[in-house]
Design a protein around this ligand. Structure first.
Ligand code: CAA
Length: 388
């Protein structure tokens, strides 16, 4: 099994620069590539700013900071970027054709055992690798935003990914001081984004129907100890990213995942969240202040939690992940204090099913309907011991 000491990151945006930084902090040499000098410099600037924060807080010392800066090699030269390391992280926009073309271009010039890891947040790895000769070397390595703070990496096996590729990617994530979780079935949106997808359907539906406003929902979530409100986090991640993901899920999972109206309106106007200074909130002066006194009473926090549990149950039913891995992924990828399975140990399952049915009817969304496994075999959902 090869030991990786150098990696390439393709794309210096929010995720790419974060992956590059995590690799630097893991002691690796990093070639960071982007097509435009402005984007590349912005990415490098963000890495340096973040290293300064870590240094100021005493989380890294002078030596480590110097080493990280010396080990970063930004480049606009594609050939140089992809031929200088045995492991390539791809973090380009979520457009399938763009990714497929990039992988073909890379395969044409790298050695046959170079590993390609996609940071796609939703797309099946098998689709991305579809046109390649050596599909066994393609794996998913899905990081979470902000990469420097979020521990999780979903390591996803495509239909043809080899055991060795999975293991090299897993070990590399450990080296980058992350918490890798294996996703053995290549199912759209993997674990965390899949568990959160129907929450977006629920909350988007509530906002579209004007049952409650985004800031009232976020106030409810913050009041209940969530690190960010749903709409605040949406702005943080980028409304364009969520729009594209919604469209993809609409095509491959269910029509209910289509981007909700208020999200689509904002994207059409170019209000993409934090990155453009405006989304559901104004970010001109930094993170929005959310007044917990404005929390809605039209929805309960436990409704949101139940929707997560329900989707987690569907993932278990489909064999995508174990209950323990789902909990670990949700905790290390989103800052949840307790995973959806552990949170609902000992609940009245019949009551949960009834409440989910009511939510599905109220919002007219089939994806909120209870998972079959909750009725047929609930004991398979609530097992946590001995799973990891
Ligand atoms: N570099 C280094 N350190 C940083 C930093 C940076 N860029 N930004 C913030 N920090 C540090 C801060 O200095 C602070 O340090 P101290 O605790 O030592 O003071 C710490 O990180 C926490 O920051 P804040 O106090 O500003 O904010 P917070 O307490 O709310 O924590 C957060 C920030 C960890 C991001 C938290 O809000 C959180 O967990 N939010 C949820 C994030 C989430 O769910 N991410 C997943 C999104 S979905 C996704 O990514 C998938 C996809 O496919 C798109």
């Amino acid at each position: 099994m090869k030991e990786i000491t150098t990696v390439t990151v393709i794309g210096a945006g929010d995720m790419g620069h974060g992956i590059a930084q995590a690799a630097l902090l893991g002691g690796l040499t990093v070639h960071l590539y982007d097509t435009a000098d402005e984007s590349l410099q912005r990415g490098v600037g963000k890495i340096n700013d973040s290293l300064e924060i870590l240094h100021r807080k005493g989380k890294i010392q002078d030596e480590e900071m110097k080493r990280c800066k010396a080990n970063l090699h930004p480049t606009l030269d594609f050939r140089e970027a992809v031929t200088r390391s045995p492991f390539i992280f791809e973090a380009v926009p979520e457009i399938l054709e763009l990714k497929q073309r990039l992988y073909r271009d890379m395969e044409a010039i790298v050695s046959k055992d170079t590993i390609f890891a996609s940071n796609t947040s939703n797309m099946r790895i098998t689709e991305i690798a579809k046109n390649l000769q050596h599909k066994d070397r393609v794996v998913g390595a899905h990081f979470f935003n902000p990469v420097v703070l979020m521990k999780l990496v979903e390591v996803i096996r495509g239909d043809e990914t080899s055991d060795e590729t999975m293991q090299v990617a897993y070990d590399l994530c450990l080296k980058m001081k992350k918490t890798p979780v294996r996703v053995e079935k290549d199912s759209p949106s993997f674990i965390v984004n899949r568990v959160n997808a129907p929450v977006r359907v629920l909350l988007g539906g509530i906002v579209d129907k004007e049952i409650a406003k985004p800031e009232e929902i976020d106030a409810l979530m913050k009041f209940n100890g969530e690190p960010m409100g749903h709409f605040e986090l949406s702005d943080y991640v980028g409304l364009d990213v969520l729009y594209d993901s919604g469209q993809y899920r609409q095509q491959v999972l269910h029509a209910d995942y289509a981007p909700y109206e208020k999200l689509a309106e904002k994207v059409k106007r170019g209000d993409l969240g934090k990155k453009t200074g405006k989304g559901f909130y104004d970010w001109a002066d930094g993170r929005p202040t959310i007044d917990v006194n404005k929390r809605t009473d039209k929805l309960k926090m436990s409704d949101i939690d139940l929707v997560k549990l329900n989707e987690a149950a569907k993932l278990i039913e489909e064999g995508v992940a174990t209950p323990a891995d789902i909990d670990l992924a949700m905790i290390s990828g989103t800052g949840d204090k307790v995973g959806p399975i552990e949170k609902h140990q000992g609940i009245n399952v019949d009551d949960a099913i009834r409440r989910l049915e009511l939510l599905a009817e109220r919002l007219d969304k089939e994806v909120l309907q209870p998972a079959n496994i909750l009725t047929d075999k609930p004991e398979a959902v609530f097992v946590l011991e001995g799973q990891r």
